[in-house]
Design a protein around this ligand. Structure first.
Ligand code: ATP
Length: 330
C-alpha cells in the first residue's frame, strides 16, 4: 500500500511490493529455524482520515482539504508488520460484509496474511474517524463495529493457532475474546505477546497466560502508577514473566523475571510519522523471536523495523519489508 500525498484518493495497493520474501537468512545472532509462524487475534478498522485547518466547534461546518482511507486497527497492523518482516502470519478477527471489510481482507491477503480466520459478519466494519488539524493535533472517534462481535468462543482460533509459535494480542477486541485467546494459546503451547493498548485494567485470568507484555511508556505508567519506565517494568514483573517497555526515540527497556534484561537504544532517524511504530515493533519482534533469535538481537531487529516505519507516513503503509530491515540492521 502506497500513500500518495499529492492525490485526493491517495491509497494505492501495490501487491508486488508487499509480498513477503522467501529469502533464507541466518540472521544476526541466532540460528535460523524456518519462517516464524505468528497468529494475531485482534482488530481491523478502516481509518477515515480528514485533513482540515481546524476542528469544527459544536454545530459548525468547516471545509476539509483532503480525505484518505487507510486500513488499520492494531490487530491488522501487527499482522501486516509481521508478514512484511517475513513471518508466516494468520489473523483472527472480524470485519463487516461491506466494501471496507472486503478492502481490509484484500490488503491483509496482499501482504501475505492468512485471512481464513477474519470473519465477515452482519455489522459494519470497524472505523476510526480521524480529524488531523494543521497544528498536528488530531481527534478520533472509533466505532468498533464488527470487532465488537468477536467473543469467547472465538471462531477459527484453534485452527489458526495450530503450529504457531506466537499469538499477538492487543486490547481493541472485547476482553472476553482476548482472555479466551490467551487461554487457547497456552493450551496449544503457543507463546502469548500482549500489547496492552488502549490501556485498561488487565484481568488476572489474562495475565496468567501472558508470556511477554509490550506496553509503551504511557501504558506502563497507567498499568502500574509508576512514571519511571524502569520502575514500571519492574512492577509489571510481579504479574508477567517478561516485559519490554517501548520508549519511542529512546528505544526499549527489556526486563525478565529470572534476572535478564537490557536497554536497547533506537537508531537515530529523521521522523516523519510515528503512527503504528509500536505495532511494527511488535510484529517484527515476534518474527525474530519465532526464528530463534535471542531477545537482545530480536529487539535490535524490531527497533530497526520501527525506525524505518517512522520515516514514512501512515500505519500499514509505513511498514518495512524483511530486506529493508536486514539492510538497515547491518
Ligand atoms: P504508536 O502508538 O505510534 O504505534 P507506541 O507509542 O506504541 O507507538 P513507541 O514507544 O512510541 O510505541 O515506539 C515503539 C518503538 O518504535 C520504539 O521502541 C522504537 O524502537 C521505535 N521508535 C519510535 N519512535 C522512534 C523514533 N523517533 N526514532 C527511532 N525509533 C523510534
Amino acid at each position: 500500500v502506497r500513500y500518495d500525498s499529492d492525490r485526493q484518493d491517495s491509497v494505492v495497493i501495490d501487491h508486488d511490493r508487499v509480498r513477503p520474501t522467501s529469502k533464507v537468512d541466518f540472521g544476526r545472532g541466532g540460528a535460523w529455524m524456518g519462517r516464524a509462524r505468528v497468529c494475531v487475534l485482534g482488530s481491523a478498522n478502516m481509518d477515515l482520515v480528514v485533513f482540515a485547518d481546524r476542528a469544527p466547534a459544536s454545530g459548525e461546518t468547516v471545509a476539509g482539504r483532503r480525505f484518505v482511507t487507510i486500513p488499520g486497527g492494531k490487530g491488522a497492523n501487527q499482522a501486516i508488520a509481521a508478514a512484511r518482516a517475513g513471518g508466516e502470519v494468520s489473523m483472527v478477527g472480524a470485519v463487516g460484509a461491506d466494501p471496507y471489510g472486503d478492502e481490509i481482507r484484500a490488503v491483509l491477503a496482499g501482504a501475505g496474511v492468512g485471512v481464513e480466520g477474519v470473519a465477515r459478519v452482519e455489522a459494519t466494519t470497524g472505523t476510526a474517524h480521524i480529524l488531523v488539524e494543521d497544528s498536528g493535533d488530531n481527534s478520533i472517534v472509533v466505532v468498533s463495529g464488527a470487532n465488537g462481535t468477536v467473543h469467547d468462543p472465538v471462531a477459527g482460533l484453534d485452527a489458526a493457532l495450530e503450529g504457531a509459535e506466537f499469538l499477538l494480542l492487543q486490547l481493541e477486541l472485547p476482553m472476553d475474546a482476548v482472555v479466551a485467546g490467551a487461554r487457547a494459546a497456552q493450551a496449544h503451547g503457543v507463546k502469548v505477546v500482549l500489547t496492552p493498548a488502549p490501556a485498561s485494567p488487565l484481568p488476572p485470568d489474562l495475565l496468567d497466560n501472558v508470556d511477554l507484555l509490550v506496553p509503551n511508556e504511557h501504558e506502563a505508567g497507567i498499568l502500574t502508577g509508576k512514571d519511571a519506565p524502569e520502575a514500571a517494568a519492574s512492577a509489571l514483573l510481579d504479574v508477567v514473566p517478561e516485559v519490554v517497555v517501548t520508549l519511542g526515540a529512546r528505544g526499549a527497556r527489556w526486563l525478565r523475571r529470572d534476572g535478564g534484561g537490557d536497554h536497547l537504544p533506537a537508531p537515530r532517524v529523521e521522523v516523519r510519522d510515528t503512527t503504528a511504530a509500536g505495532d511494527t515493533f511488535v510484529g517484527a519482534l515476534a518474527v525474530a523471536l519465532g526464528e530463534g533469535r535471542p531477545m537482545p538481537a530480536a529487539l535490535r531487529w524490531a527497533g530497526a523495523a520501527a525506525a524505518l516505519s517512522v520515516q514514512r507516513e501512515g500505519a500499514s503503509t509505513s511498514m518495512p519489508t524483511r530486506d529493508e530491515i536486514d539492510r538497515f540492521d547491518r
